[in-house]
Design a protein around this ligand. Structure first.
Ligand SMILES: [Cu+2]
Length: 142
């Protein structure tokens, strides 16, 4: 399976400048998958793992893609014995830890999809400290 292509914007910037230090990101995004929407629906969800290899907590602030009108960070909570989704304004990735987005738990909620989805599903994830990472998603066909 194709692992998500990861290209830190700062690295891209330094490549464009031909020289300069390659800044390694302390954040790693892996296994990004977009679930194919149910026919007739313009929303879906995406899953991934974010690992923070630094000694400081980091915060996921937003996600965006040119094939989705809106992407929200969601989690599931139990409320009166019922599983409900709740939007999170941001998500802390603790120092040295990973946060796993998976069905029934954390997920990215994708709204207003441009259908059919493009062949290459590139998503931008932005964190604190003005760091944005671009990752390529696989399409999860049920
Ligand atoms: Cu949701």
């Amino acid at each position: 399976m194709l692992r998500g292509l990861l290209l830190p914007l700062c690295l891209l910037a330094s490549l464009l400048h031909a020289e300069g230090d390659r800044e390694e990101s302390a954040l790693d995004i892996s296994g990004l998958e977009v679930r194919e929407p149910i026919p007739g629906r313009m929303m879906s969800s995406a899953y991934l793992t974010i690992t923070n290899t630094s000694a400081e907590d980091r915060t996921l602030l937003s996600a965006s893609a040119d094939w989705a009108g809106l992407i929200e960070i969601h989690t599931h909570i139990h409320e009166d014995g019922v599983m409900r989704m709740r939007q999170l304004p941001s998500l802390i990735i603790p120092a040295g830890e990973s946060r796993v987005f998976e069905p029934g738990g954390l997920h990215l909620m994708l709204f207003r999809l441009s259908l059919p989805l493009p062949e290459t599903l590139t998503m931008t994830l932005c964190f604190d400290d003005d760091e944005c990472l671009i990752a390529e998603a696989d399409l999860m066909v049920p």
